[in-house]
Design a protein around this ligand. Structure first.
Ligand code: NDP
Length: 290
């Protein structure tokens, strides 16, 4: 089985980005600047945002982290978004999800200027993506597309099953994989919690993308021999033997599948680093457009 090593690939792409940023600096151009808004103390979100900020620094971008308390009001958060939209120094920004329950996530998302929407979550970018126009593509699905491309995994004419229909992963994944492009041109089935007999679908899949959020739900009996498996899931599972008291598990039973599939992403070190790199690619693009 080929391990689709997102960590190593992300490192390669970061080095490529760094070369581009160095060239911009030498030419006296504007250094890309990403801002991240982090609300509250969600431990996973803190790790994600820290990784994003560190990765910015590694490639020579500027980054600004705006931390706000859990009890921030909707109007205070909207004010930050308005200021980031207007700030000429900021090329792109993200508002890390999930937001606290009292905040209307849709209202915040709708307020983000699509030209600075490097997460690719706003309606304009999702619409442009769906129409095949130039857009900031959602970071995780785009990171997966980059990975499929760089690893030379054929998607044209393949049967792909995407598990999970979230706005940020599953749904845009189906759009990108079924587009008339390379990678793309796949026949895609989108499964979710109302799907009857998930296994009947996954057993026919040449490629499975699992984005469900249930640890190790995809087991060997659900997968065809030689399939390619992309595991998006990042789940904390209690584990008293670890110093942190938990381990990270994907949505796929990696140990159970590894002798059956032809290629698979590990967790951690698979899709996660590609998500971060995709965000950096969008930020560079935003900076160059402005
Ligand atoms: P959501 O919770 O938003 O969506 C989960 C989806 O899975 C829903 O569409 C849901 O169906 C579906 N689902 C739930 N249970 C089942 C089931 N038993 N059978 C079939 N489908 C099911 O999750 P996200 O898309 O935001 O994230 C998914 C996973 O990916 C999480 O573990 C998350 O941490 C991880 N993640 C990883 C990223 C990375 O960079 N690697 C980035 C983003 C997320 P329904 O719509 O019917 O409820």
């Amino acid at each position: 089985m080929q391990v689709l090593d997102g960590k190593a690939l992300a490192q390669t792409i970061k080095e490529e980005l760094k070369v581009k940023v160095d060239a911009i600096r030498q030419a006296g151009g504007k250094i890309p600047h990403l801002a991240a808004v982090l609300v509250g103390e969600n431990p996973a979100s803190q790790v994600y945002v820290r990784n994003k900020v560190r990765s910015c620094e590694a490639v020579g971008f500027r980054s600004t982290l705006l931390r706000r308390p859990q009890d921030i009001t909707q109007s205070e958060l909207l004010q930050i978004v308005t200021e980031l939209n207007a700030d000429p120094d900021i090329d792109g920004y993200i508002v890390q999800l999930p937001l606290p329950a009292h905040i209307d996530e849709d209202a915040i998302n709708l307020a983000i200027d699509p030209r600075k929407d490097v997460d690719g979550f706003t309606p304009v970018n999702i619409g442009r993506m769906t129409l095949g126009l130039d857009a900031y593509l959602p970071a995780t699905p785009n990171g997966i597309m980059v990975m499929l491309d760089r690893y030379g995994i054929e998607t044209s004419g393949k049967e792909v099953v995407v598990l999970g229909r979230s706005n940020i992963v599953g749904t845009p994944m189906t759009v990108l994989l079924s587009r008339k492009s390379n990678p793309g041109n796949a026949t895609v089935t989108l499964c979710h919690s109302r799907t009857k007999d998930l296994k009947a679908h996954t057993l026919h899949a040449d490629i499975i993308v699992a984005a469900i959020g249930i640890p190790e739900m995809v087991t060997a009996d659900m997968v065809k021999e030689g399939a390619v498996v992309i595991d998006v899931g990042i789940n904390r599972v209690d584990d008293a033997s670890r110093s942190k008291g938990y381990r990270l598990a994907g949505d796929v039973d990696y140990a159970g599948l590894k002798d059956k599939v032809s290629a698979m992403t590990p967790v951690p070190g698979g899709v996660g680093p590609m998500t971060v790199v995709s965000l950096l690619m969008n930020t560079l693009k935003a900076s160059q457009k402005r």
